[in-house]
Design a protein around this ligand. Structure first.
Ligand code: SF4
Ligand code: SF4
Length: 96
């Protein structure tokens, strides 16, 4: 995804390729196309586009994905608030 990125290198996203069973669910559910399947294993192909929405981790049947475990924090809220500020011209507070 070319637009709507946050800051490079800050997302907390980990993939355990040993645990991955190659089902492809993370490829399907990720809205930012972070994953690809290569030789029946998921690979992270666009790490810096991750917005920590956790759709991949919640849908992985092998628990092979870890996304920011701190429920109070995450880049997604800040990104969405940034979009709202851009389109409305109003700041709506900080991330957390
Ligand atoms: S959802 Fe989990 S098991 Fe399935 S391909 Fe992705 S990482 Fe592997
Ligand atoms: S947390 Fe969301 S944006 Fe990040 S890799 Fe998972 S599904 Fe994609």
């Amino acid at each position: 995804m070319k637009g709507f990125r946050y800051i490079d290198g800050v997302a907390i996203l980990q993939l355990d390729t040993e645990a991955c069973i190659g089902c492809g669910m993370c490829v399907t559910v990720c809205p930012h196309r972070i994953f690809a399947l290569e030789e029946k294993k998921a690979q992270i192909v666009d790490y810096n586009a991750c917005m920590e929405c956790k759709a991949c981790a919640r849908n992985c049947p092998a628990a092979a994905i870890l996304v920011n475990p701190d429920e109070r924090c995450g880049c997604a809220g800040l990104i969405i608030k940034g979009w709202l500020a851009k389109f409305t011209g109003k700041l709506v507070g900080n991330c957390c």
